[in-house]
Write a protein that binds this ligand. Structure first.
Ligand code: TRP
Length: 332
């Protein structure tokens, strides 16, 4: 049986863009009976960005709640925290020893910082910690630890998968065949969902629609979507219209068509926003109920993660023994 594995970094509260771009497709794949699936919370990857105890706790819980509310079934999918599987970090160290530094100098995230520092006349490594520099190696360890065949990721992670493959090949070449060479599964038509201001919906632009805020907050956020100044009764174009584009992602084709009709016959933006708000609430009503319930019982969530650790750690322990023996670190 093929193995599918993906991780999410708890660096922000999951929003509609995350949902459509990766949570929904990831969960669909994970629920497939033809795969064995691993979905995990990459909390040590987040440590590069989140260096605040309270916030880290909140964000890890938030990601776990989100996955469970959206229907992840922990009896079918291995669901765990990266930090609960120390073998991953041992493997990351091992992989660092077969990873040329020059290779890492070309990693996008690192290189972008270096280029910016150079352009602005600073020391080129200004603001770079080793966690960031080694980020791709840790990600390779996440994947290789469980010999994943497929890794569903967004476009921005393709280079990380290339690093993973290269490190696996390198290790296999030096120590003999050990790791499978994983493949990235990148969604073909990446729906780049626009945010409230028309740029890509992203936490770093502060233009997102969070999934599980109280109704009145969602309403306020939807009301802040940018529009042109066409008045009520004026016919409106759906093309490039943010309200329409977001609605379309949540509604059926028939509803979307009716919504387009309403645009052409001059629905006001206020009314259109109200309709989007209602659709959003309807679409997420089931998950929101589960979310609220679990949020009131965080122990249940931590118990589920502890169960996940119990199932996953033995797999990693067995794997690391094989790796140790390949490199000659254990007795045989
Ligand atoms: N780097 C990924 C991201 O930022 C998160 C991640 C960490 C991941 N480890 C992984 C994704 C392993 C897939 C497989 O989105």
């Amino acid at each position: 049986m093929k193995t599918l594995l993906s991780g999410i970094k708890p660096t922000g509260r999951p929003h509609l863009g995350n949902y459509l771009g990766m949570l929904k497709p990831g969960l669909e794949l994970a629920s497939h009976n033809d795969y064995q699936s691993f979905l995990f919370i990459a909390d040590y990857h987040a440590l590069n960005f989140i260096q605040d105890q309270k916030l880290m706790r909140e964000l890890v819980l938030e990601v776990a709640l989100t996955y469970l509310a959206l229907g992840l079934d922990p009896s079918k999918t291995f669901f765990y925290r990266q930090s609960d599987i120390p073998e991953i970090f041992e493997l990351a160290l091992i992989l660092q020893c077969v990873c040329p530094k020059g290779f890492m100098n070309r990693a996008h995230a690192y290189k972008a910082i270096v280029d910016k520092n150079r352009a602005e006349g600073r020391d080129e490594d200004d603001g770079v910690n080793m966690g960031l520099f080694n980020y791709p190696v840790l990600m390779a360890a996440d994947i290789l630890m469980f010999n994943a065949d497929y890794v569903p990721v967004g476009q921005d992670q393709i280079q990380h998968l290339e690093y993973t493959r290269d490190l696996a090949i390198k290790f296999n070449h030096i120590f003999g065949k050990t790791f499978k060479i994983p493949e990235a599964l990148v969604k073909e038509e990446v729906a780049v969902l626009p945010g409230l201001d028309g740029r890509k919906m992203s936490k770093s632009y502060g233009n997102t629609i969070p999934l599980f805020e109280p109704d009145n907050k969602i309403k306020k956020i939807i009301n802040s979507i940018k529009t042109d100044c066409k008045g009520a009764n004026e016919p409106k174009d759906t093309e490039g219209n943010l309200i329409y584009l977001i609605y379309k992602e949540l509604a059926s084709p028939e509803e979307t068509e009716a919504f387009a009709e309403a645009f052409h016959s001059g629905i006001s933006y206020g009314e259109a926003k109200q309709k989007l708000y209602e659709k959003f609430i309807e679409y997420f009503s089931g998950p929101r109920a589960v979310y609220e319930d679990l949020k009131a019982h965080p122990d249940t969530v931590f118990d589920i993660l502890a169960e996940g650790q119990k199932k996953v750690r033995p797999i990693a322990q067995e794997g690391i023994q094989i790796i140790r023996s390949k490199i000659g670190i254990n007795r045989n």
